[in-house]
Design a protein around this ligand. Sequence first.
Ligand code: FAD
Length: 445
Amino acid sequence: MSHPQDLRIIIVGGGLAGLMMGIMLDQAGIEYHILEQASRLRPLGTSISLHPVIMDLMDQLGLLEDMTKMSKPLRGITVLSAHGRKMGRIDARSNKRSRHGHQAMVMSRPDLHEFLLAKIPAHKLTTGKRVIDISETPSHVTVTCMDETTYTGHLVIGADGAYSAIRQIMYQKLTERGVLPEADKKPLHFEKQCVVGMTCPLDPKKYPVLQDESCEVKVVLGKDQHTSMWILPLQGNRMAWCVGGPDPHLIPQDDGDHTSQGSRGSRGRDWYPETAVEICEDVRSFKCPYGGSVMDLIEATPKGLVSKVLLEEKMYRTWYNGRVVLVGDACHKIVPFFGQGASQAILDCACLVNMFNELPTTETTDLTRIFQKYFDLRSEPAKVASDSSREFADLIYDQGFKADLARNIVLRFTPTWLLRMITGTVTANRPSLKFMPPAKNNYLK
Ligand SMILES: Cc1cc2nc3c(=O)[nH]c(=O)nc-3n(C[C@H](O)[C@H](O)[C@H](O)COP(=O)(O)OP(=O)(O)OC[C@H]3O[C@@H](n4cnc5c(N)ncnc54)[C@H](O)[C@@H]3O)c2cc1C
């Protein structure tokens, strides 16, 4: 079965989920248009780690080779004390027998965004279009933007991030009908926040680790304080860093601007960018695992590549209604510790695009049937990914005696094969685009 010939989709949001959805729809020969609120896309200046489970999909889409060139494979995560004492390590390497058959890849997030954006034909993406309303007829759906322009299609995909306007409009309608589950009415939950940045190119003579082909995340834990830091070498002689924790300095003053740059989240009025370095004062005494001071890295970061981010978390129960469906952070906001948020968003896209190829008509009943199937297939894996990300974050970052003990036991005494097995269970399946030739590069050489 294939999709109806005139099927036309409106995608709201030009983040990673929206762009990946566009790339997959192009391959499926389905008409789409992306509406992005920002007048210029400006992704967070940080790294992004992509989970091995999506690599077959990237291979099918012909993206894997270029993505491999712009990234470094992740070797592992080393946890250190503020004085540089090694507290433990998790090996992240895959091997031929692993379930994924690929390595996790780490790259600059702006590089990835730019790469994906270049794959979208210019006439299929319009920036400066903030969607504020949706209306449905028996056969079509129309979105209205802030500037009063309208766009009509057979269905709308809300790929508009954690504070999704599409989700809020959908939920408003369901609330009026009295059918929105109570859990979906609660706001996003957050306990942790961080400042992230990416340095300008550094001198490899000063930081020889930049010449390594693979990379390792070094997490430095503050003693008796609530701020920690991780540092990660990237391609192009740059380093990504993140200073985070439940530190009162970092608690945002909510200015109600929840729509700026999606997962950038809400920002305090008086922090950005001048106070970022001040926030990072908490880690001044940390020993930098790559030499010098951690402040050298922070100070070598252009101001435009420093952002403060709330690490929200929430699994929504309602992912679709009528002609509207959600993907990515709009329906599952995952704390970013395990390379899962973006990877799960990409898995959502692949699952939905496969469903479109099983769509007999554009009637609402047929859409409801495939949206339900999409939810059935994706909600449980996304929840497992979300739970494991949170548990992993707690294991690495929690402070206090009990947390130290748990970390010591897991990092020092759990054998690598068991850790690999545990992390492998998160994504034991390796989804593919059913309408495309299978991935060539199935296993590591
Ligand atoms: C600090 C940090 C580090 C992370 N690291 C990783 C990692 O290493 N690996 C990983 O897999 N995941 C990571 N994540 C998570 C990952 O970034 C997200 O899961 C992913 O970017 C979600 O993509 P998205 O497209 O759903 O949402 P977003 O990236 O938030 O994109 C939403 C887009 O929609 C637009 N938009 C919003 N409202 C509207 C509207 N009304 N009209 C039109 N457009 C609108 C926004 O401007 C934005 O461009 C990290 C997240 C953070 C915060």
